[in-house]
Design a protein around this ligand. Structure first.
Ligand code: B12
Ligand SMILES: C[S@@+](CC[C@H](N)C(=O)[O-])C[C@H]1O[C@@H](n2cnc3c(N)ncnc32)[C@H](O)[C@@H]1O
Ligand code: SF4
Length: 624
């Protein structure tokens, strides 16, 4: 469709290639958005028997030529690419070649990252013909009819931006879908056949979010009414996913627990687990202020043997930052209480924070970290990205935002500085995030650092800062690798995603040097011999639990750790909200740790691997 020409209409049949490039390299997610589009086309009687829809779902890191060859083989008339910040830059490298190979194909961009940004993307991607904003189910059907029948005209298709006679034209916005039942299910029973080999099923029970947070763009649906799928259809979708044996279900809802019926949905997930043995794990974005219902759902999942993550979505403890983000504090104390209750009962709960929010200073962020680190076993920290279509994106001047986009592989725009964060402050905060990821996020020193903070009286952030200085002053290979990650943060003032995999690769390569480094850091950090000794034992315990990259294949392997005291019990106490234990005396124990094989394949995943691959303590007994 060069320069506004209507494309050559293929006789009879249209081949539609829908393309998704995942953000993850080893974990296979179902490409949910595209499954909706495919289902929509295949259930539309006006086109169903005239289209052949191919969904190309690629893992991150797939070579350009492999992707191009797969798409070329489908001989598409329309190529629809699903765009997120993590894949648009790659598409830009891929499209010039696709355009040469398939000169007549219509190239359409859709998805979160380009939605509402048609002018920008048509200017930046000369090969693209159309940008689709908002939900795509109706748009893709109408585009296919336009291609096959010439009607509707492009100008009558809502929510698109396209080229015409050397100009760029945008049509009127498309109203949101009123009920998800009006579009076809992405997981109809026969689709189950194509789901084999998937690790994670993305799933939606509703779309939309009634809030409007300044940093967030949740599928064009923030500040919007919540649209739902009927429970009966959800049950059928769960059956398809369960029968396909997909172990992890990832809920794309913005706030699970916001609707009373979410309790029923939790029961349905438990039911699927019981009937099909899957899903075993449910990942959720929890509603931020419905503690009572969230608590009830957690009980249902726990009793039904479905594992889940509990991260309280606090994002910040700073009142000015909350105000600027348009979030209020309603329900927060109740959520914090719920988190503490879960910990008291022996469960796991963490907190999510964003670093770099306008309105918050570095000192406030450090204060929040110090307070929360000692109360919760894990903190999930994100550097702020300025996402398209957010309030921050449009309020740059008021917030004094200066941004940076140094990563040629992703299109996330980082913060360089703003009114409450200087460039140096930003560097210090990002260094802290990296130190947290190395020492806590990976599991490397998660109880050791807590013990050091408790028993030396130092603030956790002080210990993290000291670790960055410590590795910078050493000359062993591991220290040099970690120090170079800190140097990269300093140089770029940006948290490159590849840093997470780089530090994991370094840490998991050789457990002996990993332990040696941690013990040397403990020795340098604690004056009291009793504290040094006890933290040194915890360092042995933490590193013994690290994922084992040397166990190949499948299955499990046990290893024995002899410790001077029950490091497992002390570790659990340090990770709970209970009164902190004192450094214990000598009481030797034998700890049996069970590891899963197969981690080598996941060594460089950018997402949190700790929960799935850390060793499990299965037995502790007094050492003979
Ligand atoms: C699943 C998910 C993930 C998974 C990734 C899955 C994968 N394959 O890589 C995980 C957990 C790893 C993840 C991580 C991150 N994520 Co995420 N994630 C999501 C989530 C919850 C669901 C996506 C989804 O399936 N949605 C449901 C489907 C139905 O919607 P959809 O994909 O938008 O598709 C519809 C339309 O957009 C349109 N459409 C889509 N494609 C196309 C194509 C064509 C041709 C057409 C016509 C239409 C069309 O039609 C579809 C149906 O209506 C979204 C939030 C959300 N609900 O969308 C955030 C979201 C995509 N993530 C986001 C972010 C910021 C991240 C992180 C950077 C978070 C962080 N701070 O670390 C990381 C980065 C990951 C990486 N590796 O780079 C942002 C993205 C913003 C952006 N502009 O890119 C989102 C929107 C949430 C948010 N506001 O924070 N994420
Ligand atoms: C969008 S939120 C949804 C969770 C929940 N609804 C809430 O209110 O916080 C999901 C996570 O993505 C991360 N996130 C969202 N927008 C971000 C941004 N602009 N920059 C960095 N991280 C972001 C946040 O840590 C957040 O907890
Ligand atoms: S951060 Fe959460 S509550 Fe706020 S708009 Fe995004 S999804 Fe909604």
């Amino acid at each position: 469709m060069r320069h506004g020409q209507v494309p050559r209409v293929p006789p009879g049949l249209a081949s539609i290639s829908l393309v998704d490039l995942s953000g993850e390299a080893t974990v296979a997610y179902t490409p949910l958005g595209l499954l909706y589009l495919k289902a929509s086309l295949e259930s539309d009687v006006s086109v169903a028997d005239r289209v052949r829809v191919t969904v190309h779902s690629f893992l991150a890191g797939t070579s350009l030529v492999r992707m191009i060859e797969a798409i070329e083989a489908a001989r598409p008339d329309i190529i629809g690419l699903s765009c997120q910040g993590w894949n648009v830059a790659v598409y830009r490298h891929m499209l010039p070649t696709l355009r040469q190979l398939l000169p007549g194909a219509v190239i359409a961009l859709g998805g979160n990252h380009v939605s509402g940004q048609g002018l920008r993307w048509l200017a930046q991607v000369p090969e693209a013909d159309i940008v689709v904003s908002g939900e795509g189910e109706h748009a893709v059907r109408e585009l296919t009819r336009w291609l096959l029948d010439g009607t509707p005209a492009l100008s009558d298709i809502a929510g698109i931006t396209y080229r015409q006679d050397g100009k760029v034209v945008s049509t009127f916005p498309r109203p949101r879908i009123e009920s998800l039942d009006e579009i076809a299910s992405p997981y109809p029973p026969p689709a189950g056949i194509g789901l084999a080999g998937m690790d994670v099923a993305l799933w939606e029970t509703n779309r939309g979010c009634p809030y409007h947070c300044g940093f967030c763009h949740w599928g064009d649906a923030v500040g919007q009414k919540i649209t739902r799928t009927a429970l009966s259809r959800l049950a059928a979708e769960l059956e398809t996913i369960g029968r396909a044996g997909i172990g992890t279900l990832f809920l794309c809802d913005a706030n699970f627990g916001i609707l009373p019926r979410d309790i029923e949905i939790a029961r349905m997930v438990v039911n699927a687990r019981r009937r099909f043995g899957a899903p075993v794990t449910l990942h959720v974005n929890w509603a931020k202020n419905h503690a009572g219902r969230v608590g009830e759902i957690l009980d249902i999942l726990r009793d039904g043997g479905v594992q889940t993550n509990v991260y309280l979505a606090l994002q910040t403890l700073s009142r000015p930052a909350l105000r600027l983000a348009g979030r209020d504090e309603r329900g927060r104390p109740e959520m914090m209480d719920l988190g503490r209750k879960i910990l008291r009962q022996g469960g796991k709960a963490g907190v999510e924070l964003i670093f770099g929010l306008p309105g918050e200073t570095l000192d406030e962020f450090r204060g929040a970290y110090d307070e929360l680190f000692l109360s919760f076993p894990s903190l999930l920290l994100h550097p702020l990205w300025i996402l398209p279509n957010t309030a921050y994106d449009t309020q740059r001047q008021d917030l004094g935002l200066v941004t940076v986009r140094p990563d040629p592989l992703v299109d996330y725009e980082g913060v360089l500085s703003h009114h409450t964060l200087s460039r140096q402050g930003n560097r210090a905060g990002l260094r802290l995030l990296l130190a947290d990821d190395i020492l806590v996020g990976t599991g490397y020193a998660r109880t050791t650092i807590r013990a050091l903070a408790r028993w030396t009286g130092k603030a956790p952030t002080q210990i993290l800062d000291a670790f960055a200085d410590f590795v910078a002053a050493r000359d062993d290979q591991l220290s040099r690798q970690l120090a170079s990650a800190f140097s990269e943060i300093d140089a770029e003032c940006y948290f490159h995603r590849h840093l997470r995999s780089a530090v994991r690769r370094a840490l998991f390569a050789d457990r002996e040097s990993t332990l040696k480094l941690l013990q040397a850091f403990v020795d340098a950090s604690a004056d009291s011999p009793a504290v040094r000794g006890a933290c040194g034992e915890l360092a042995r315990y933490d590193t013994a639990l690290l994922p084992r990259a040397d166990l190949h294949g499948t299955g499990e392997a046990d290893e024995i750790l002899l410790a001077a005291f029950d490091t497992h019990a002390i570790g659990l106490a340090l990770l709970s909200d209970a009164e902190p234990p004192q450094p214990p005396g000598q009481q030797p124990v034998r700890i049996v740790i069970r590891h899963r094989a197969g981690f080598a394949r996941h060594r460089s995943d950018a997402i949190d691997i700790s929960a799935r691959w850390l060793g499990r303590v299965i037995h502790v007994s007094p050492a003979a």
